[in-house]
Design a protein around this ligand. Sequence first.
Ligand code: ADP
Length: 220
Amino acid sequence: MPALEAHEIYRFFHVGDDETAALRGVSLRLSRGETVAVVGPSGSGKSTLLACLTGLDEPDGGYVEVAGTRLSRRPETERAGLRAAHFGILLQAGNLFPHLTVQQNIRLQMLLAGKPDRRRVGELLDSLGLLVRADAFPIELSGGETARAGLGVALAADPLILVADEPTAEIDRFAETQLIDHFETRRRKGLATLIATHSDALARHADRIVRLRDGKVDND
Ligand code: ADP
């Protein structure tokens, strides 16, 4: 059973009389232990696809299954439960609760996934070079530290599926190396990783590249 499977996903947006077909029948399969990079020009549908795959957005057509369980068109509470149990999500912004410290943000994610692990908090902070920033609030962090702390939250519960949207946008060289190291660790553990990226360096570390163009998978 694949970690994640999308069947013929469609997503349309309407602004006034204008319709944008952001996704036009995208199918995708992510196996356990596999790292897949989603690449494509700006506006090709990468963010929309990632939002549909994680249940943060609902496709207008098609459906998504996570670990064999239907995620699409389920009540929001059910989707949230599946998301917390199976996904680590790294978005371009908004990964941290501003009123919680770095350490508390990571702990909260573990609690939501039902996997509290005090020792892993320290190990994660250490691997991301954030031990000295454990008790800092998000507003006190630099751009690179914020990106690394977001990665810490996404990796907190050692999720079956890590989904990252342009993880290198704000990230420094150190964090990029850490991110690539984490891909390798996850591959060895049989965990799946899906990243939308513009970074050739990052895409080179993927097992497979899926190219999007105008909301479709480009097989050329
Ligand atoms: P990418 O991540 O590859 O840059 P997106 O998924 O953000 O692409 O966008 C795909 C298309 O859908 C674009 O034409 C974008 O303008 C449109 N789009 C995305 N989100 C919305 C929205 N909330 N409302 C209207 N149009 C949207």
